[in-house]
Ligand binder design. Structure first.
Ligand SMILES: [Zn+2]
Length: 92
């Protein structure tokens, strides 16, 4: 219970969706630059004023095409003891 609260506070304090610096040139001169849309969600896109490159902050689901709910549900089933075949049957 206590560790759960700590994890939630930690998650709230560190926002995984805000960029702090440019991943290419490490410049702090960055601005929000519209959104990038994929199959499941729209993501904040950032632009560097120094090198004018665009990027999206990696939130743990980078380059993944399935929905977040499906991935977390199947991981939860696998971690709770079901075999991969049973998880696949359940998802199908
Ligand atoms: Zn840059």
């Amino acid at each position: 219970m206590k560790s759960n609260n700590i994890i939630q506070k930690h998650y709230k304090n560190i926002s995984y969706h805000t960029a702090k610096c440019c991943p290419y040139c490490k410049s702090k001169e960055i601005v929000k630059y519209g959104y990038r849309f994929n199959h499941t969600k729209k993501k904040q896109r950032w632009k560097c004023k120094e090198c004018s490159k665009l990027w999206v902050v990696d939130d743990g689901f980078k380059k993944i095409k399935k929905s977040r709910e499906l991935i977390t549900a199947s991981l939860n089933l696998y971690m709770s003891g079901l075999s991969l075949r049973k998880v696949a049957n359940h998802i199908n």
